[in-house]
Write a protein that binds this ligand. Structure first.
Ligand code: CA
Length: 230
């Protein structure tokens, strides 16, 4: 399975541990470094798909290392998201044009972090064309049309597969039945809204066989949400 690999460079133990945990939960692989020198060593013998880089590091600062990387042809295309503290650093990074693909101001929520990472990966073409979408222990293979939880394969219909594909690429957001119809079935198809409910029910039944019916949540009066978080 080809999970994308993210290099985390952060000197604060608690934040580094949190970042690694959030990334793993979102289906990424991660390698962690505590400073730029450490990170450089890792970079030399692995090729991360993205670097999450803290601005304030002991020794070479995050932004200084970023500038060096952007000058090297071998590394200049690796997307980098800078982590900054609110205030002065944030102002500087905004004005700098230092080559970061994005920056996130501390404190941030795991959800925001993952959304930013996915956006940068999409922009840099790392997600597009990916045959596999992984979210936690769920893996959806768009080439083989297979959905699995851990090592168990799920028997889903083509419609339920498309529904899961939409959900897994749009987690944690609420969609109305109309929105789901547009996104999953397409605008040109006329289907009654309660058809959605039928498919959701079937999907939940399949997920419940693996104890995961909670993944698809009903938001009363609005629609449905797919989330790994209760
Ligand atoms: Ca720091």
């Amino acid at each position: 399975m080809s999970r994308l690999n993210i290099l985390v460079v952060e000197d604060e133990d608690a934040i580094r541990a949190m970042l690694v945990m959030v990334l793993e939960q979102a289906g990424f692989k991660s390698i962690a470094a505590t400073d730029a020198e450490d990170a450089q060593k890792i970079l030399d013998d692995s090729s991360p798909d993205l670097i999450l880089l803290d601005w304030m590091l002991p020794g070479i600062s995050g932004v200084e290392w970023l500038r060096r990387l952007k000058k090297e042809p071998m590394y200049r295309d690796v997307p980098i998201i800078l982590l900054t503290a609110r205030g002065e650093e944030e102002d500087k990074v905004r004005g700098l044009g230092c080559g970061a693909d994005d920056y996130i101001t501390k404190p941030f929520s795991p959800k925001e972090l993952v959304a930013r990472i996915r956006a940068v990966l999409r922009r840099s073409g790392k997600i597009q064309g990916l045959a596999q979408i992984a979210l936690g222990d769920l893996v959806l293979d768009t080439e083989q049309h297979r959905l699995s939880i851990g090592d168990k394969q799920l028997e889903v219909s083509p419609t339920e597969f498309r529904l899961m594909q939409f959900f897994m690429t749009h987690p944690d957001k609420v969609y109305s039945r109309t929105q789901l119809l547009d996104q999953v079935w397409g605008r040109s198809v006329y289907i009654e809204e309660r058809t959605i409910d039928v498919h959701i029910r079937r999907l939940r039944k399949i997920l419940s066989e693996h104890g995961r019916e909670d993944l698809v949540q009903t938001v009363r009066g609005f629609g449905y949400r797919f989330s790994l978080i209760d």
